[in-house]
Design a protein around this ligand. Structure first.
Ligand SMILES: [Zn+2]
Length: 421
């Protein structure tokens, strides 16, 4: 309690320097360096304790729902509520994924202070919702991001929100809450189409189904594979994947022709345990699944590896294209070294350039990975194992949702055209 009070006065002091802003930096874009192999053997994770919390003053909070985390909440004084979100285990990327519900017996104004463990920065612009389904961004004038300089680096240790609460529950969340049940609803609807079938490819560490959709009426000689949500909070990547898949499943001339020639296999939620438990990045084995495509220590990666191998063997098929949807600070394409030739050389550069032509003044960052043959990530695994022309498709956390959808649709349209040529 004492610690929280001290932390809070520090936060209030730093409010003097506060600027209302999103958390973009202006430094030169470098992208991630070469991805290093790490040990992916299972380690313990911290679950969050779920409950309804009586905070006093007639104010209540709850984290009894799937997706995102609330690991502590306390009234600091009559009007300030401090929340804490902690990761499932460490070391981990800075992606504090918080969500909780608040209500009060009487309508009142409160100040919410979102805090994280030491050295973790605030990342996600808070969103609010009255139903847990439709979220809107909190107005920037009600949001203050604390900034302080530590060893010449700008840190953003907390964010403060002014908010009215009442007997009507309000949801506060880092990103839109899209959990396994939302995904199930989407895949159920899609699989009503006669050319889409849904099946369970295997199970997560917690025993949740890892679902795969098969889209198409071809004989599996030619296939594409699609993944999303290896990393639980990466909701914008998921939204782009959805638009991409809906376009491949549409009634357009190209989509109909495409489905006669190619089958698309999509794993929309690779990490269902992480998604529902609100993990910042890892699966229930405490591992970043996108570092486990060489050693396959985790069930989620093994399920997809075995499924793809089976499909290739059964019909002597080929995977021509592989895409893995993610989110990060901005829109990025991570590609394979263009000197390396897969099953359709030049496909990914052509796809990026064709997609770009549809958007004025849009210059996404493109970074090829060094062609070392390492298979740490899904993209490198599908390229070096199956020859699939592979792409890691990163969408910015704050990219407008309208643009995310449009870009996912255009990417699918261009891909279908290129693969039909
Ligand atoms: Zn990611």
């Amino acid at each position: 309690m004492l610690n929280l009070k001290i932390n809070h006065s520090l936060i209030l002091l730093s409010l003097v320097l506060v600027v209302a802003t999103s958390c973009k930096t202006n430094k030169q874009w470098e992208g991630q360096g070469e991805i290093q192999k790490v040990n992916t053997e299972t380690v313990p994770v911290q679950r969050q304790y779920r409950d309804i919390f009586n905070l006093g003053n007639g104010i209540y909070a709850s984290n009894e729902f799937d997706g995102a985390r609330l690991n502590g909440i306390v009234m600091v004084n009559d009007t300030i509520i401090s929340t804490l979100s902690t990761p499932e285990n460490t070391p981990i990327n800075t992606s504090p994924w918080y969500a909780f519900k608040l209500w009060s017996e009487e309508e009142q104004k409160v100040t919410l202070s979102l805090t994280y463990p030491e050295n973790i920065n605030h990342r996600y612009h808070p969103k609010i919702s009255s139903d847990g389904i439709n979220f809107v961004e909190i107005d920037s004038s009600e949001l203050f991001i604390a900034k302080k300089t530590v060893e010449e680096k700008i840190k953003t240790p907390s964010a403060t929100i002014r908010l009215s609460i009442s007997p009507d529950t309000v949801w506060i969340s880092a990103q839109e809450l899209i959990t396994t049940s939302d995904n199930k609803q989407w895949t159920n609807e899609l699989s009503l189409k006669p050319f889409i079938t849904k099946s369970k490819a295997g199970e997560s560490r917690e025993g949740k189904p890892i679902e795969v959709l098969r889209i198409g009426e071809s004989d599996d000689k030619a296939m594409i594979f699609v993944l999303s949500r290896q990393h639980p909070p990466e909701v914008t990547g998921y939204l782009a994947m959805k638009a991409f898949i809906e376009t491949i499943s549409s009634n357009s001339e190209d989509a109909i022709a495409f489905r006669k020639k190619y089958n698309t296999y999509v794993f929309p939620l690779v990490n269902p345990d992480g998604v529902d438990n609100g993990h910042w990045r890892h699966n229930m084995g405490g591992i970043d699944l996108n570092r486990d495509w060489e050693d396959f220590n985790q069930p989620e990666t093994r399920v997809i590896r075995d499924f793809a191998n089976k499909k290739v063997k059964e019909n002597n098929g080929k995977i021509y294209f592989f895409v893995d949807f993610h989110s990060t600070w901005q829109d990025i394409y991570y590609t394979i070294d263009p000197e390396q030739k897969g099953n359709m050389p030049g496909l990914v550069p052509a796809l990026i350039s064709e997609t770009g032509k549809e958007f004025e003044n849009y210059n996404p960052n493109v970074k090829p990975s060094p062609g070392t043959g390492k298979r740490v990530t899904s993209t490198s695994y599908f390229f070096y194992e199956h020859g699939a022309e592979s792409l890691t498709y990163e969408i910015g956390d704050n990219t407008s949702r309208e643009f995310v959808k449009k870009k996912g649709e255009v990417t699918a349209e261009k891909l279908m055209k290129l693969l039909l040529e």
